[in-house]
Design a protein around this ligand. Structure first.
Ligand SMILES: *Cc1c(COP(=O)(O)O)cnc(C)c1O
Length: 401
């Protein structure tokens, strides 16, 4: 490999770019995780994550990727043969569904076309028909990272309540949390699941469950075997700031910094920034004459945009050309979207110029790869971002005056 100057653009929808402040925060000698100093760190990050999740309930942290926290949510709350209701929003929902089946759950899957979010009405109908309450949990993916489609978690909660059904609500907000609003308690989410390498701007290696009182109650009788993932021992140790086994100490230093950064910027400002980047990206895509995979405007994801290739063009070839010539990684199409879409990640540590650099890389890549498109996508994004900045400037002047 020859040396490539400048920064690599890692614009996949997770892992996202790790800001220097977080890298520096992790650059420390490893400490004794049973010593007094550790408890301080443990308590700080456990409390901080409650703020990010908007919950009063406990949050547990595993040294694991997001997939581990999926498993933890299922094995702590359910028993072999329990029926769970899942919705096919895309590849991540499909993987979680596959995991539920492997664990011996009776996993029902409401089919989908990978261009829409969860249909709350379909959930309500299914639950209403389940009069003997065989369904023990409804499992949904908040941001389907394979398609760039968001599901309305509050509406899923309303659907469960409207059906008068006691099922638990388990939600994967792995690519949403820290970039898009998520209200664990207000939306009645029993277990929210996330991990470190997306909106939390960290390397992979930490994952999380929130635990509602109802989920904790369910865990007391849940029969699936569990040891490493068991909430009971974790919560016992967490109460004093410790973990039952070696925590990922240096990642926790990074997490402390990530939480501080999100709160310093203000969560609402973080969410507004992501909304702005996703709007600017869609304007660019439309100006190129390409199609956004997500079909319903209210469901467009603010963390990534999946772009459909023109008929007969290979998304993977375009990605390879962009990587070779402009040192930028874009997300690949997964499963049945393989080679049909590329995904632009616009989440985490990101500003206006990072987005413009990213879109410029795509536009130059389209030209370099000889793919028919219209010019002016980057210009459309520039115009939008400058217009937003100008209106911010005007309202600031009005406040001063
Ligand atoms: C990334 C991702 C996962 C998987 O997380 P890993 O850390 O790779 O195990 C699951 N669900 C969603 C929505 C994701 O974006």
């Amino acid at each position: 490999m020859t040396y490539r100057s400048g920064r690599h653009f890692l614009q996949i929808p997770g892992p996202s770019n790790v800001p220097d402040r977080i890298l520096r925060a992790m650059d420390k000698p490893t400490m004794d995780h049973r010593g007094p100093e550790f408890a301080e760190l443990g308590k700080t990050v456990l409390a901080g994550m409650k703020q990010i999740f908007k919950t009063e309930n406990p949050v547990v942290i595993y040294p694991a990727s997001g997939t581990g926290a999926w498993e933890a949510a299922l094995v702590n709350t359910l028993s072999a043969g329990d029926r769970v209701l899942m919705c096919e929003t895309g590849q991540f929902a499909t993987l979680w569904h596959g995991m539920a089946a492997k664990l011996g759950l009776d996993a029902e899957f409401i089919g989908g076309d990978w261009r829409h979010g969860v249909d709350p009405q379909a959930v309500q109908q299914r639950l209403s028909a389940d009069s003997d309450h065989r369904i023990k949990a409804v499992c949904v993916v908040h941001h389907e990272t394979s398609t760039g489609v968001t599901s309305d978690v509050a509406a899923v909660r309303r659907a469960i309540d409207a059906a008068g059904h006691p099922a638990l609500l388990l939600v994967d907000t792995i690519s949403g949390l820290g970039s898009v609003d998520f209200r664990t308690d207000e939306w009645g989410v029993d277990v929210a699941i996330t991990c470190s390498q997306k909106g939390l701007m960290m390397p992979p290696g930490l994952s999380f469950n929130t635990i509602s009182a109802k989920a904790l109650q369910a865990s007391r009788t849940a029969g699936l075997p569990r040891s490493y993932w068991g909430w009971d021992e974790m919560l016992q140790h967490n109460a004093r700031g410790y973990f039952p086994y070696s925590p990922a100490t240096n990642l926790l230093y990074g997490l402390k910094e990530a939480i501080a950064m999100l709160l310093e910027e203000g969560l609402d400002n973080v969410f507004a920034r992501h909304a702005r980047y996703s709007e600017a990206t869609r304007r660019a895509v439309r100006a190129w004459g390409l199609e956004v995979l997500s079909l319903v405007p209210s469901e467009h994801s603010n963390v990534l945009t999946a772009v459909l290739m023109p008929e007969g063009e290979s998304a993977d070839r375009l990605r390879a050309v962009i990587l070779e010539h402009f040192d930028m990684s874009l997300g690949t199409g997964l499963n049945k979207l393989q080679d049909r879409v590329f995904r632009i990640g616009h989440l985490g540590d990101f500003n206006d110029l990072t987005l413009i650099g990213t879109l410029a890389g795509v536009e130059m890549g389209l030209s370099t790869a000889g793919i028919a498109h219209n010019k002016g996508g980057v210009q459309a994004a520039l115009d939008y971002l400058a217009e937003v900045a100008a209106s911010g400037q005007r309202s600031q002047q009005q406040r001063v005056a």
